[in-house]
Design a protein. Structure first.
Length: 364
């Protein structure tokens, strides 16, 4: 397929918010999506901000310290928005020749990010400027074929969105069930018969993650298929993969540094590292209860210089301990919900793989 120069199909747009009519302030993430801006704009002259309209693009030319990704996105969820002057706004000149949605698919390809990083320049910070963007080469099939490709991709995207909505609904259902069973109308000072106060160390074994395994891979392979978890919250804290697990039973991990107190329920064997706290219940019937209890707790670290969470902190933590039959019944009900969530997550993994294949085929 013949490749065409992108600059022949796009043009820069520089419309300012002079009348202050547009108030929707957005930014662009490295996941290539528009997102609400968290910038402090008190006292800022918003008339200098750029307006971006539906089906127009914005990108941040700075590529250094961006995780090897270019912050670029197509506005499709709003009629218009304003963004910082630091972004470059541009549009497709003729939608009958090049669909903006097709172009956005090209920008999502990892090959584009690698190209942009390679062609970035600068000493203090690296820039992928407008001229470099215009020099990008890409295949431009017939508009009919572009629509077909975009339609295939959007079908997968819509299914992923529906699954994410279902996951949110299921998670809310499980949360409501937890509150109804263990929180609503429960007074810690006057607990029901069979309930008691105790420490987390009474009902679980608390451990801390160690060093990164020497037998390690950043990507999952047939050999390296055991997840390694650290204290991060992105991608459920996954750091990489190894060959042999350290934790082999259902457990709960709690971030001990950075975003302290972030909980995940781990159902598969794994390796914890970098002092990640691991809670292994003595009785599996309390696993789900402990997860929701801890996830709804305000867990804070200790330390004057750098706050962190320690094993003694968690072992001595006071908790409400309900009767085993009650936690057992809750465990059964939530397992059904969790299985449905897992089904949606696994389907999304397959759908995401199909999206990646579609993006890869664009360059063939």
């Amino acid at each position: 397929m013949e490749y065409k120069r992108l600059g022949d199909y796009i043009r820069e747009v520089n419309v300012r918010n002079l009348d202050l009519k547009v108030t929707n302030l957005l930014g662009v993430s490295i996941s290539k999506e528009f997102m609400p801006s968290i910038a402090n704009t008190i006292g800022t002259d918003m008339s200098t901000y750029k307006i971006v309209e539906r089906r127009q693009f914005a990108y941040g030319p700075v590529t250094s310290r961006n995780g090897d990704k270019v912050s670029i996105a197509l506005l499709d969820g709003y009629d218009d928005a304003i963004i910082s002057q630091a972004y470059t706004v541009f549009e497709v000149i003729d939608h009958k020749q090049l669909l903006p949605e097709y172009l956005m698919m090209w920008f999502r390809r990892p090959e584009f990010d690698r190209y942009a990083r390679f062609h970035s320049h600068g000493s203090a910070r690296e820039i992928f400027d407008w001229e470099e963007l215009c020099d990008v080469m890409l295949p431009v099939p017939s508009i009919t074929r572009q629509r077909e490709i975009v339609s295939e991709y959007e079908t997968l995207t819509n299914r992923i969105c529906l699954n994410n909505q279902m996951i949110q609904h299921l998670e809310a259902t499980a949360q409501a069930l937890y509150r109804k069973t263990f929180v609503d109308n429960i007074d810690k000072e006057n607990l029901p018969e069979g309930w008691r106060m105790g420490s987390l160390g009474e009902v679980a074994n608390i451990k801390a993650g160690g060093d990164k395994p020497t037998d390690f891979s950043e990507v999952q392979t047939e050999k390296y298929n055991v997840p390694v978890y650290a204290n991060g919250i992105d991608n459920k804290g996954i750091f990489g993969f190894t060959t042999k697990p350290v934790i082999t039973t259902k457990s709960i991990t709690i971030s001990a540094r950075g975003t302290i107190g972030y909980c995940f329920l781990r159902k598969q064997p794994y390796v914890p590292i970098v002092r990640l706290i691991v809670v292994v219940p003595h009785d599996e019937n309390v696993t789900q209860y402990l997860y929701y209890y801890l996830n709804n707790s305000n867990i804070k670290g200790s330390g004057s210089v750098q706050s962190q969470l320690t094993v003694p902190d968690m072992e001595s933590r006071n908790i409400v301990i309900p009767p085993i039959p009650l936690t057992q019944e809750f465990n059964k009900q939530v397992e059904i919900i969790d299985n449905s969530i897992s089904f949606c997550e696994k389907e999304n993994e397959k759908l995401t793989e199909l999206q990646s294949l579609l993006l890869a085929k664009m360059g063939q």
